[in-house]
Ligand binder design. Structure first.
Ligand code: ZN
Length: 131
């Protein structure tokens, strides 16, 4: 089963999509398998990180801004090369195992859509594979 889901994003930030992914798993009826989340964008990505303390995604943003600042040497005419760098650092897909119909995430983990060049209307794909 392949699902496309849409979301509206802020200028930048980590949007918790864990429940949306779990809902796709539940709709599929798959009890044992894998959920693959893919983001078809070049200035947004997807990552798994702490879901408990909202300061963690905030600090991730600060760290990425420090690691990938805008630079005058960048040549990409659209002017958003740092957003491309941050998206590549996060990656375009994550895979989570499914056990008993539930995402097999760690206690503190959540799945986050990472926006670096919003606000935009974005989408992500969820593929549920049965073992
Ligand atoms: Zn660009």
């Amino acid at each position: 089963m392949l699902e496309k889901q849409r979301l509206s994003t802020p200028r930048e930030g980590f949007l918790n999509i864990t429940h949306a992914v779990q809902d796709a798993v539940s709709r599929s009826g798959v009890l044992e398998g894998q959920a693959i989340v893919f983001v078809p964008h070049t200035t947004a990505g997807v990552t798994i990180n702490e879901n408990a303390d909202p300061d963690v995604p905030r600090d991730l943003l600060l760290g990425l801004e420090r690691a990938f600042p805008d630079r005058p040497e960048f040549r990409h005419a659209e002017g958003n090369s740092s957003a491309h760098l941050r998206a590549s650092a996060m990656g375009s897909s994550v895979t989570v195992f499914i056990q008993g119909g539930a995402l097999l995430l760690g206690t503190w983990q959540g799945v986050f859509f990472a926006e670096f060049d919003g606000p935009r209307s974005r989408e992500f794909l969820v593929k549920i594979v049965q073992d």
